[in-house]
Design a protein around this ligand. Structure first.
Ligand code: FMN
Length: 273
């Protein structure tokens, strides 16, 4: 039995039957208690929608008790204006202060990242946290090595991405790769899991959105993400578990600058059919 229904609490509304994305729940009669459709147990992805939709808390999955799933508090819902400002005021942070990032705060980012959507609710995302600024700098240096190599071996790509300029900035003591961030969050997963890359990116996107709430700032480390695809010394330095691939890198730290306006953005290109 993948779930248990408390027949005293169940009001037979059938919401769990409707909410189950995989259609694994049935009610034999209109007023009968919901039961799993025989032989489908293995198809359950433990998304918890059946638990979350039940207004009486009657249904618990084997893996998820109703009483452990917090109710949505109406008083915490945000309105449209608040939501738009929250999303619109997120900025990529490229200047960091010296204050080290507390591990407790990173744990909060990771916790929230776990609420991002995940294909088939598989949640394949693993995190590697680089907490040592010297190590962040060393990894950034490897990305610069990759750029130097690219300039030599594939000058066209080097030019397109202005690697010469980035390398020159590095040689002058700047860090255009990780922006002197004190912290890196690296999301990785098994290569074989087909949508793992999307899951990793969504998880980091949730962490990025949560960062300012904790006084932190974040930015995607795109140069490093690119280098992890094609530069073995960087892959070796990350030393991820066997079969894992790096699918996302994010710098994190305390922002040095405060943004007071929200810049304009091109409207998305849209077609209606
Ligand atoms: C996949 C990806 C890679 C990125 N890589 C970098 C990077 O390596 N360095 C950097 O400073 N910003 C990087 N950014 C941040 C973008 O430049 C930034 O999102 C854009 O300029 C818009 O600014 P905003 O995020 O503040 O709206 C990256 C963003 C994405 C989505």
């Amino acid at each position: 039995m993948i779930f248990h229904v408390d027949s005293d609490k169940c009001n037979r509304d059938g919401f769990c039957v409707e909410a189950c994305g995989r259609r694994l729940i049935e009610m034999e009669e209109v007023d009968s208690v919901p039961t799993p459709i025989a032989g489908t147990e293995e198809l359950c992805i433990n998304c918890g929608h059946c638990v979350a939709v039940c207004p009486t808390g009657a249904l618990s999955l084997q893996t998820m008790r109703s009483e452990d799933c917090p109710p949505i508090k109406k008083e915490l819902l945000i309105n449209l204006e608040e939501a738009v400002q929250f999303l619109r005021s997120r900025r990529s942070i490229r200047n960091y202060g010296d204050r080290p990032v507390e591990r407790e705060k990173i744990k909060k980012l990771i916790q929230v990242s776990g609420y991002a959507p995940s294909a088939s609710n598989a949640r394949p995302v693993h995190f590697l946290l680089i907490e040592n600024k010297t190590e962040v700098r060393r990894l950034a240096g490897l990305v610069v090595d990759w750029m130097r190599m690219t300039i030599k071996e594939d000058p066209t790509s080097g030019n397109v991405f202005h690697f010469n300029r980035v390398v020159a900035l590095w040689d002058k003591g700047n860090d255009p790769i990780c922006r002197d961030a004190p912290y890196l969050m690296i999301a990785h997963a098994t290569e074989s899991s087909r949508l793992a890359q999307v899951d990793c990116i969504l998880a980091l996107a949730y962490a990025e959105l949560m960062a300012p709430v904790l006084g932190l700032g974040a930015t995607w480390a795109g140069y490093m993400m690119n280098a992890t695809i094609s530069y073995p010394p960087l892959v070796e330095a990350l030393n991820l578990p066997k079969g894992h691939k790096c699918f996302g890198v994010m710098m994190v730290g305390y922002p040095k600058l405060k943004f007071i306006r929200m810049p304009l953005r091109n409207p998305p290109v849209v077609a209606w059919r």
